[in-house]
Design a protein around this ligand. Structure first.
Ligand SMILES: Cc1cc2nc3c(=O)[nH]c(=O)nc-3n(C[C@H](O)[C@H](O)[C@H](O)COP(=O)(O)OP(=O)(O)OC[C@H]3O[C@@H](n4cnc5c(N)ncnc54)[C@H](O)[C@@H]3O)c2cc1C
Length: 489
């Protein structure tokens, strides 16, 4: 028998692995594995597994509606042990799956499995995920390649071509009984976007037809972006949608709607998605180390108090606090606010990016290692090649939440704070505090740092080191690998 191993590709349409398994002609099992050691990795939290469980339930509902005998078998345990057990009993021939640009822990798992499949003469056919290319040496022509991939027809599994059986392990199966799965649905997950291919298409359609009208206008606003952006990131991250599907739907929508520029803007983000993952695919040490080794010399001292205040949204800077509380409760923040909270942690609080990367990975429902780490390092200013942006949280607040509606939604202590103080409540005099029945230091903290002083210090450190020899040498190395050579010239 063969196996289609579902990983972060939890969809039925545009699925090359499933299509190939059907066309192969052999009987096959559709398999998802809950892997306890990966689930225990500190980047993940129950909200992720809830999303995966919802996605699997949705796939099984779709399959059983098409044919009551079709079902994805879910097992729980070590992947190698599971494949070994199946091979012993059923003589595995081929495994079909997508390539995964993952954490080191999943990369190591894949290397171990690759060896096992070789030793046991099982053919492992891996398919390219979106526009991300394995073993790429440099970025010349990558952009053109990406576009061509996006324009290709979908890989539609054609169930009418099924010749073998589509196998299912049920409660009577020995292997099922040995690797019995748990259910990971959270009871109280209403704050999060629901997982699954069906919801993914609903979000996509409502965005393209209606919500995208305000995409460019609302993209930077913490409140309005929640509707004005696509909110497709968790669906893309867990594979409920392929980037090619989104790209082609968006290109088609452009022919029918007036908000074409917004859609062009959106399509450019789809390119970024693969661009960042490609970066990580080519240099996955970014999970642990600065991309530019020249920045290793900057000394940062862990400050538990700062980190704890940042994580719990108690820094005294209203927009930072609102963002941190919001992302913890809902799993989502728009791009600019993500960049701002990371900038605040790594520049103004001068903490290492590592102290925030794992924590935010746990919060982001769309956690995608290949975007997360390159973005984190870029915002922390340790890549050397990107312009360092230091966000001023007060200015961001005035520009993007001028009436403080987002702030007041998440920082209830400031609900009665008048608009003219909402961005800088510390400017209230004792008499004004009395008037508004609000005591700084009691109802809401004083700012934990002096913004101006902290920003100045950080700029000196980060800008200062840019001229050092190692930073320059590293820049050259990174440019050669990660940037198109024509542009570099
Ligand atoms: C520090 C930091 C960490 C991040 N971590 C993640 C992460 O773990 N997973 C993740 O999907 N995105 C991450 N992003 C990128 C970005 O913030 C989100 O993709 C975006 O906010 C998701 O919202 P949306 O789906 O409404 O995006 P839209 O604006 O509607 O964009 C559509 C899609 O394009 C992609 N995209 C959008 N912006 C970016 C970007 N800047 N870089 C790469 N791809 C992009 C996403 O797949 C997104 O779903 C991170 C950004 C920062 C600054």
């Amino acid at each position: 028998m063969n196996i289609v191993w579902f990983k972060r590709d939890l969809r039925l349409s545009d699925h090359a692995a499933l299509k190939a398994a059907i066309e192969d002609g052999e009987s096959f099992l559709m398999l998802y594995i809950w892997e306890p050691n990966i689930m225990a990795d500190s980047h993940y939290s129950p909200r992720h597994w809830n999303f995966v469980q919802q996605s699997l339930n949705d796939l099984n509902r779709q399959l059983s509606e098409a044919n009551p005998l079709l079902r994805i078998t879910i097992l729980q345990g070590n992947a190698k042990e599971i494949f070994h057990a199946i091979h012993q009993k059923y003589q595995l021939k081929k495994v079909f799956s997508y390539e995964e640009t993952g954490l080191r822990i999943t990369y190591d798992r894949d290397k171990e499995l690759s060896l096992f499949f070789k030793e046991t003469a099982i053919e492992w056919r891996e398919f390219q995920t979106n526009g991300v290319v394995r073993k790429l040496k440099n970025r010349d022509n990558w952009a053109e390649y990406w576009k061509a991939q996006m324009q290709k027809p979908w890989d539609v599994p054609n169930w009418t071509k099924l010749r073998g059986d589509c196998l299912v392990f049920d409660e009577s199966n020995e292997i099922y009984k040995r690797f019995l799965p748990n259910d990971y649905l959270l009871k109280d997950a209403n704050n999060f976007q629901p997982g699954g291919e069906t919801y993914a298409h609903r979000y996509l359609q409502s965005f393209l037809s209606e919500r995208a009208k305000n995409y460019s206008k609302h993209i930077s606003k913490p409140l309005e972006s929640r509707k004005g952006c696509s909110r497709l990131s968790p669906y893309i991250a867990w594979g409920n949608l392929s980037i090619r599907q989104v790209y082609q739907y968006a290109q088609n929508a452009k022919k029918k709607v007036a908000h074409r520029r917004d859609l062009d803007n959106f399509i450019s983000r789809l390119h970024w998605h693969c661009h960042f993952i490609q970066k990580f695919e080519m240099e996955d040490r970014m999970e642990f180390e600065n991309l530019n080794r020249g920045y290793d010399d900057i000394e940062r001292i862990d400050n538990e108090y700062f980190i704890e205040r940042w994580q719990s949204g108690l820094t005294g800077y209203p927009l930072i606090d609102a963002c941190m509380r919001c992302v913890c409760q809902t799993g989502y923040l728009n791009f600019r606010m993500r960049a701002m909270v990371v900038s605040f942690l790594t520049h103004q609080l001068f903490q290492h990016w590592k102290t925030g990367a794992v924590f935010l990975a746990q919060q982001f429902l769309d956690f995608e290692v290949g975007i997360h780490y390159p973005q984190f390092q870029m915002q922390a200013g340790v890549t050397g090649m990107n312009t360092v942006r230091m966000y001023n949280p007060v200015k961001q607040s005035q520009d993007h939440d001028p009436n403080g509606i987002f702030i007041k939604t998440w920082v209830k202590e400031l609900e009665n704070c008048p608009e003219n103080f909402i961005h800088e409540p510390w400017k209230m005099t004792p008499m004004e505090q009395e008037l508004y029945n609000f005591r700084l230091g009691e109802n809401y903290p004083f700012p934990i740092i002096d913004l101006e002083e902290a920003s100045k210090k950080a700029k000196e450190q980060i800008w200062g080191i840019r001229k050092q020899q190692l930073v320059r040498v590293e820049n050259k190395r990174i440019l050669n690998k990660q940037v198109v050579r024509n542009r570099k010239r």
